[in-house]
Design a protein around this ligand. Structure first.
Ligand SMILES: O=P(O)(O)OC[C@H]1O[C@H](O[C@H]2O[C@H](CO)[C@@H](O)[C@H](O)[C@H]2O)[C@H](O)[C@@H](O)[C@@H]1O
Length: 271
């Protein structure tokens, strides 16, 4: 049988290299040609670099000033879509952003300050108890449990060799308590309800001051894919930070520094 050269096989089989995602258009041209924009921002890995532990992410006056400038320049059309709890987002962003979806959309505070929270808190509390018992040895090794009320995250960034134990325990407890399983950056989360950042983005877009604007979503995790798709469906687009997979995002940026530069240009162009 004729042999196929391995280098040619790769060329045919390999998917599009995610790192080929083009950078987003220059903000000045977006503002000039595309009408009003609405900005949707993920927190960890986008507004803040990834740190060893969730509590290591702290307020940053430069970031807060940038958010102030964006909110003013875009007439309030800036929302944060995070996996963190609302209170934790407020701690890190010093309360600068009112429209925030927390715990991947299970909590949502609208631009008028009204908060809605849906999720089976009691079931999550039972799962937290179960996880704390089942993973006591792994917790001693560095696994961290982050209780977010309507969800719980089990982090293994500081104990990567315990990843399989974490996956096994979270899968079992999700099944036992009817919770939704969601993997992320060195973390497995259990959610007390079935929603996602895409639905949160769509809910914001149906309300003032976001209604009628073209959504731009910036995210860095697989949990942001639903929001990239929602942004595309509404005539906007997504920007994936540090692209490592084939994404629904149309553009890519290398890291949080590139995000901050692009957002700074956007705030200046939109003034
Ligand atoms: O949607 P996000 O705002 O990006 O939130 C996703 C999760 O972020 C946090 O965990 C991640 O960031 C930590 C700090 O950099 C890092 O130590 C951890 O390994 C990451 O998974 C947060 O703690 C989670 O609750 C969020 O769901």
């Amino acid at each position: 049988m004729r042999k196929i050269r391995p280098d040619l096989m790769t060329a045919v089989i390999a998917p599009t290299d995610p790192r080929d995602l083009a950078p987003p258009p220059a903000p000045a041209s977006l503002i000039r040609n595309r009408g009003p924009l609405a900005l949707f921002l993920d927190l960890d890995g986008v507004l803040a670099p990834i740190e060893s532990r969730p509590e290591d992410v702290v307020p940053d006056p430069r970031r807060s000033r940038l958010l102030d400038a964006l909110i003013a320049a875009l007439d309030g059309r800036v929302a944060v879509l995070s996996g963190r709890a609302l209170a934790d987002v407020d701690r890190i962003l010093e309360g600068r952003v009112v429209p925030v979806a927390g715990v991947h959309g299970l909590e949502r505070r609208a631009a008028d300050g009204q908060v809605e929270s849906r999720g089976a808190e009691a079931d999550v509390a039972l799962a937290v108890e179960g996880l704390t018992q089942t993973l006591s040895a792994q917790i001693a090794d560095g696994v961290e449990i982050e209780n977010k009320g309507v969800g719980v995250a089990v982090h293994y960034r500081n104990a990567p060799d315990r990843a399989a134990d974490v996956r096994h325990a979270t899968t079992t407890l999700a099944r036992d308590h009817g919770l939704h399983l969601q993997p992320g950056h060195m973390v497995v989360e259990l959610k007390g309800g079935d929603t996602d950042k895409g639905r949160a983005l769509a809910a914001f877009l149906a309300e003032p001051p976001f209604a009628g604007a073209r959504p731009v979503m910036i995210g860095d995790d697989r949990t942001d894919e639903a929001a990239f798709r929602a942004a595309e469906a509404a005539g906007g687009f997504g920007i994936l930070v540090d692209p490592r997979w084939v994404s629904a995002a149309r553009y890519g940026l290398a890291d949080t520094r590139a995000v901050s530069d692009w957002l700074t240009q956007l705030a200046e162009a939109a003034q």
